[in-house]
Design a protein around this ligand. Sequence first.
Ligand code: NAP
Ligand code: 12T
Length: 340
Amino acid sequence: MMLKKKDKYTIAVVGATGAVGNEMFAVLEERNLPVEKLRLFASERSEGKTLSFMNKDVTVEILTENVFKGIDIALFSAGAERSLHYAPVAAKAGCIVIDNSSAWRMDTEVPLIVPEVNPHDLKWHKGIIANPNCSTIQMVVALKPIHDAAIIRRVVVTTFQSVSGTGKKAMDELLNQTADLLNFKEIRPQVYPHQIAFNCLPHIDKFMDDGYTKEEIKMVNETKKIMGDDSIRVTATTVRVPVFRGHSEALNIETEKKLSANEVRALLSKAPGIIVYDAPEKNIYPLPTLAAGKDEVYVGRIREDNTIENGINMWIAADNLRKGAATNAVQIAEKLIEMA
Ligand code: NAP
Ligand code: 12T
């Protein structure tokens, strides 16, 4: 299924009132996509709300099965259940879906795209394209140049994930808990099973029978699919931290060919979508506060792991709502438009 070439396109954001949806139309505006008409959808709770796009008010519409005719591209971020139900309905109406949920990512008929890594996989989409998990996107952007140069055998990753990954309610929970605790008030966790303020929870998404969380399993499986290489071994521990925006990750990488820390620095410096931010003597290293609001993946603390033959340690940070979600989805839309 190809996008028909036009001067301008009708683009929709499904889940427009959410944390990711909000960022999506901000990024569409910023990157100046050729938008003829923007349509915004959410649940009946948001009926009649207006949101500003290009200095004009756009009214939020209720999502139903009949809305997709005449829409060229729809960016979905309204939860996996909505994606499972509505993405095929939209595709059938001729609308190309770029889906942010986990619903379609591992479907063999659906390409899973990070434009810096596997833009070629866009060619075989059948109307639904999946946007990877936020933690996976920022990791594969940093891994791809290393894999191309030295073949990655194994990655051990620990994540430090912000609450905006869970959505708006979780951001409110961190804010309110922090204020309540500082005022000696009692707190009652609702979104997370434990206090998130002043704490770290080794628990993101559901636990599976083998003791891993779904988030950890997503990082393993999605990495192989995006990199197009089942031989890369990935093992992950995903942790929620009391940060509003920006995910950080500690990566330990084992390669087939030896790379020095300087070689990795040089490789990543010229790779697309990456900023090497690595001068520890000046306290320069990636931080979630630095990455927030940016579209690039920041990489620093690059050093050799001398406990194995060919090992590299590094620390990365990126904005989970931007490159981890909205920016990556909009970049996919840009590629579709380029290919039309
Ligand atoms: P959020 O802040 O809770 O927003 C949810 C959005 O979905 C709201 O716009 C909400 O509309 C809408 N929605 C909920 N139920 C709906 C329904 N029945 N019909 C139509 N719209 C409905 O959540 P978020 O953080 O933006 O996340 C949204 C989705 O993005 C999730 O599926 C999540 O899997 C995905 N996501 C992906 C990544 C990634 O890794 N790439 C990162 C974060 C999130 P109302 O305001 O009307 O309720
Ligand atoms: N549970 O899109 O809570 O698979 O940070 C993204 C973020 C699922 C996803 C989170 C999640 C996804 C979270």
